[in-house]
Design a binder for this molecule. Structure first.
Ligand SMILES: [Zn+2]
Ligand SMILES: [Zn+2]
Length: 673
């Protein structure tokens, strides 16, 4: 008998490791760092991660408990993966156990290893033949070729910002760079991150068609747990050469990782908004740096952070300025002044005429409105009553087809009142318009047209979003109405008109990132038009209805010039000392009563002397109350990232000692403030 002690990280909010004794026979596997082990914790048995193995311990023998079982069926998690978790834990101020364990598949953390053993058996059966790379790839234009060469021949850590206009063939660059790397080293692994699950089937099909014999794994929250375990294992065992996934895939174990691609790198969904609030893009860059491999950040509208890095030379910028399909041209962007022109059902005559023309020609149109439901508010003209949510500082949205008022923040639903609750007036009016109301107007104006609405309400059922997009691709739809769900990625071949309704609220938002996001969104949605070769002289068009056609954002958009816009915005940010020129952390507090949340933040602000950082005053969040919980925040900023990190390292332990019933969270590099 040989006795050893292991230190184990488990998924708890306590920032400590636990010591256990391991008693194993000579023939049994030895515990190793990175291995998973089943251990007793209080009255439970949980899977933990071994972070150290030693011959001794400071814990007295009577308090030591024994490891129940090692998960020796799979190799230990590799050191670079542990280092990634340690970095994420340190940077985002979370205990290691709360980072490392939740990112493993649930089925791997079960007490009995049945699912694990079944998955391993299945993987052994599907052991692929040595991977070969298919050759049938389209010819690249010179800019694409330059990008592929830069990525595939990279020597060491090479961050590449691939700035390509919509439809310029960025995906083709990723695929051919991957093909070159896999030809050079057949065991290599390539991680491709995408923002949304609804984009994955299209890209996945493209990858499988291009690499028919290469094992591909997918990782996203839409997978069933058994599938997720199998895909995760095939990545961890080095079987899968290509791993395609959403943000959580950046934390997968990939022992042979040779290239990371972050597609649409500017997309807000790379930011995790609960638990470990990480940026998958930032972790991807860190991981590439750690391994000394290339990382490609692709976008038509890069984040200002990445753009700034390219300007200062930290990232190599490669531009794709032409559409990949020959004779496909960028759409002409026109602004329609919705303040000066008369509107019928919220639409200008010019937009109506453009829709009519597309119908006559048998081409498709897309109307983009980032507001679902029928109308954002129901109101009473007689007394001024509006449909406030009783639980939130927000309006209840009118959903006419479901005959409900619904709060989009707390999901509260109620029947539409027959009369004003305050004065009894029976003539209640919808204010403003959402996608359902636009759909209704279009149906009355274009009775012959096939009209389809795609938003979170119309695609609640599993698979319904895909079916809806398929219908558009099959040409079964004349006019598509949608929210941001339709703006991203889709390659609609017969779409020649994009209409944008009311983008104005984002122009004057309290959130300093709103205009950056609006620009990206409009450029994305505009990019849905004119992706195939133009027929005759039918140029595709984007018509934007706005009350502020003079706004500089639109001038840059019309010129399809992201660079001009980004440069102007960076200057503004520098003058205002906003990211990327400063670094931020946000302490958020939630309580039944707002004063309690604010008082906690006030107390938190006084815990430490602010060295090298600025601690702002606590303020209520813009959306102060959600589901009867009041929310407030305290912003800490510094021009120096190390100074901010040093402050947080001292502040977090101090915060943990504060006795309070207020729920609080810390977010480093917050996306919304
Ligand atoms: Zn009333
Ligand atoms: Zn609500």
């Amino acid at each position: 008998m040989h006795c050893r002690f292991v230190q184990i990280a488990v998924d708890t909010p306590l920032d400590i490791f636990f010591d256990y004794r391991w008693l194993g026979g000579d023939d049994a596997a030895l515990p190793a760092v990175g291995q998973l082990a089943l251990v007793p914790l209080g009255k439970r048995e949980v899977i933990g991660l071994i972070v150290a193995v030693s011959e001794q311990t400071d814990v007295p023998p009577e308090r030591l408990r024994d490891v129940i079982a090692l998960r020796a069926q799979i190799p230990p998690l590799p050191e670079p993966w542990l280092a990634l978790c340690r970095f994420a834990a340190g940077y985002y101020q979370r205990p290691l156990g709360e980072v490392a364990l939740p990112c493993l598949p649930k089925k791997l953390r079960e007490q009995k290893p049945l699912a694990l053993e079944r998955a391993l058996k299945k993987l052994a059966q599907t052991q692929a033949s040595p991977s070969t790379v298919a050759s049938e790839a389209p010819t690249l234009n010179p800019a694409q070729q330059q990008a592929v060469d830069a990525i595939a021949n990279a020597d060491g850590f090479t961050p590449v910002l691939l700035h390509g206009i919509t439809g310029s063939g960025k995906t083709e660059v990723y695929l051919q760079a991957a093909a070159q790397i896999l030809t050079q080293s057949p065991a290599a692994q390539i991680l491709i991150l995408v923002p949304e699950i609804n984009l994955t089937p299209q890209l996945e099909a493209g990858i499988r068609a291009r690499f028919p014999t290469v094992p591909v794994a997918t990782l996203h929250s839409g997978l069933a747990e058994t599938e997720r375990l199998r895909h995760w294992l095939s990545a961890h065992l080095g079987q899968a050469n290509i791993v395609l996934g959403t943000r959580l895939a950046v934390l997968a174990s990939l022992p042979q990782l040779a290239l990371i691609v972050v597609d649409e790198e500017h997309d807000p969904s790379y930011k995790q908004q609960e638990g470990l609030r990480y940026s998958a893009r930032d972790l991807a860059v860190w991981r590439a740096n750690q391994l000394g491999i290339p990382v490609v950040l692709g976008s038509a509208t890069p984040s200002l952070e990445s753009w700034q890095h390219a300007q200062t030379g930290r990232y190599r910028k490669i531009e794709l300025t032409e559409r990949a399909v020959q004779d496909a041209a960028l759409p002409a962007i026109r602004l329609l002044d919705s303040g000066r022109n008369q509107l019928t059902d919220g639409m200008t005559a010019a937009l109506m005429a453009a829709l009519k023309l597309r119908l006559e020609r048998g081409e498709q149109s897309l109307l983009f409105l980032n507001r679902r439901g029928y109308a954002p508010v129901l109101s009473c003209d007689a007394c001024g009553w509006v449909s406030n949510c009783p639980r939130c500082t927000a309006f209840m949205v009118l959903h006419l087809s479901e005959r409900k008022l619904r709060c989009h923040h707390c999901s509260l639903e109620m029947r539409i009142p027959r009369a004003c609750p305050d004065c009894g007036n029976i003539d209640l009016q919808p204010l403003g318009r959402g996608t359902q109301r636009v759909e209704e107007s279009l149906l009355s104006h274009f009775q012959q047209a096939r009209i389809l609405r795609i938003d979170a309400d119309s695609t609640r059922k599993k698979g319904s979003a895909q079916a809806a997009f398929d219908a558009v691709h099959e040409g079964e739809v004349d006019i598509l109405i949608g929210t941001q769900m339709v703006a991203k990625g889709h390659d609609f071949q017969n779409l020649t008109l994009v209409g944008v309704l009311n983008p104005d609220t984002a122009l004057f938002s309290h959130d300093y990132r709103a205009s950056e996001r609006l620009f990206a969104q409009l450029m994305q949605v505009a990019g849905r038009a004119g992706r195939s070769a133009q027929k005759d002289d039918h140029q595709s068009e984007v018509l934007i209805q706005t009350r502020y056609p003079q706004h500089p954002l639109f001038a840059a958009l019309k010129a399809h010039d992201y660079g001009v816009f980004a440069t102007a915005l960076l200057e503004e940010r520098e003058q205002a000392c906003l990211p990327p020129f400063c670094h931020q952390a946000l302490l958020r507090a939630e309580a039944r009563e707002l004063p309690d949340a604010l008082a906690f933040l006030q107390q938190a602000a006084l815990l430490l002397a602010p060295e090298g950082v600025t601690i702002n005053d606590p303020i209520p969040m813009a959306l102060t109350r959600v589901a009867n919980v009041c929310r407030a925040q305290l912003l800490v900023e510094s021009a120096s990232r190390p100074a901010l990190q040093a402050f947080l390292r001292e502040w977090m332990p101090a915060l943990r000692t504060v006795k309070t019933r207020v729920r609080w969270t810390m977010e480093v590099d917050p996306a919304d403030i």
